[in-house]
Design a protein around this ligand. Structure first.
Ligand code: PGA
Length: 244
C-alpha cells in the first residue's frame, strides 16, 4: 500500500514560541500506522521543532552544496544534524520568487539522494498554462527535467500544487486533482514501471483545508496533502489529518 502523508508547510510564519506551542499541540495527534505527519518550519526553528515533535520534521529549503561560502544558506548535512528527516524541493515559491530552475532543482534532488534523505518534489502549473490546457505536459516536463533522471524513486514523494490554487482560497476540483495525479502516475509508469508508479505517493497542495480535504483525499490517486495556511492552526490541521 502507498504511504499516506499529510504535511504542513509553515512557510515564513510563526516565531519560536508559536512554533513550539503548535508542535506540542500536534503531539496530541496519534497518527494511524500507515500515515505520516510532516512539519516543515522555517530553518531557524527546525532544530527546536525536531527536538520537540513526535512527527517527521523537515526543511523547506537547503543548498545543494555540502558546505562553503554560501552566506545565508543551509546545507542538507546541517539540516540532518538537527534531526531533519525530510526536505521540500521545487516548491513554486522557490521556483518563482527565488529563481530556482530545473538545473538547480536537479542538484537538490541529487543532494537529497546522496544523503539518503526522503524528499517531497513539488510541481504545478501557473494559471495561464491551465487555461491553455497544456497543464499535463507542463507538469510532466517539470518531473522529466529535475526528477526522472534518478534511477530509483524510493526516496521521492511528489506534491502536485497548481500555482493558481496556492494561498488563493481557490482549490482544484476533485476532477482536476484526480486527472493530474493519474497523469503523474502514468508518467512514472512510462519512465520507470507500473510497479514503481503504484508505490510513489502523490500529494495534493493548494488551498487544501478542513472543508475540502475529505473529498480530495478520497480520489484514488491522491495520497495526502501538502498544506500551507491551514497547517498553522492545530485544530484545522488535525481535522485535515482526520480526513484521510
Ligand atoms: P496553501 O499552500 O495551502 O496555503 O495554499 C500550500 C503550499 O504552498 O504548500
Amino acid at each position: 500500500m502507498r504511504k499516506k502523508i499529510v504535511a504542513g508547510n509553515w512557510k515564513m510564519n510563526l516565531n519560536l514560541n508559536e512554533a513550539k506551542l503548535l508542535t506540542e499541540q500536534l503531539n496530541n495527534i496519534e497518527p494511524k500506522l500507515e500515515l505520516e505527519i510532516h512539519l516543515y518550519p522555517s530553518a531557524l526553528l527546525v532544530a527546536n521543532v525536531a527536538q520537540l515533535s513526535k512527527h517527521i520534521v523537515g526543511v523547506q529549503n537547503f543548498h545543494p552544496e555540502e558546505k562553503g561560502a554560501f552566506t545565508g544558506e543551509n546545507s542538507i548535512q546541517q539540516a540532518i544534524s538537527t534531526g531533519v528527516k525530510s526536505v521540500l524541493i521545487g516548491h513554486s515559491e522557490r521556483r518563482q520568487l527565488f529563481n530556482e530552475d530545473d538545473g538547480f532543482l536537479k542538484r537538490k534532488v541529487d543532494a537529497a539522494v546522496a544523503n539518503k534523505l526522503p524528499f517531497i518534489f513539488c510541481c504545478g502549473e501557473p494559471l495561464e498554462v491551465r487555461e491553455g490546457e497544456t497543464h499535463v505536459d507542463f507538469v510532466v516536463n517539470q518531473l522529466k527535467n529535475a526528477l526522472f533522471h534518478l534511477t530509483d524513486l524510493s526516496l521521492a514523494t511528489i506534491a502536485y500544487e497548481p500555482i493558481w490554487a496556492i494561498g488563493t482560497g481557490r482549490t482544484a476540483s476533485v476532477e482536476q486533482a484526480e486527472e493530474m495525479h493519474a497523469e503523474i502516475r502514468k508518467a512514472i509508469a512510462e519512465n520507470y514501471s507500473e510497479e514503481i508508479a503504484e508505490k510513489v505517493s502523490i500529494l495534493y497542495g493548494g488551498s487544501c483545508n478542513e472543508s475540502n480535504a475529505k473529498d480530495l483525499f478520497a480520489c484514488p490517486n491522491v495520497d495526502g496533502g501538502l498544506i500551507g495556511g491551514a497547517s498553522l492552526k492545530a485544530e484545522s490541521f488535525a481535522q485535515i489529518i482526520a480526513a484521510i
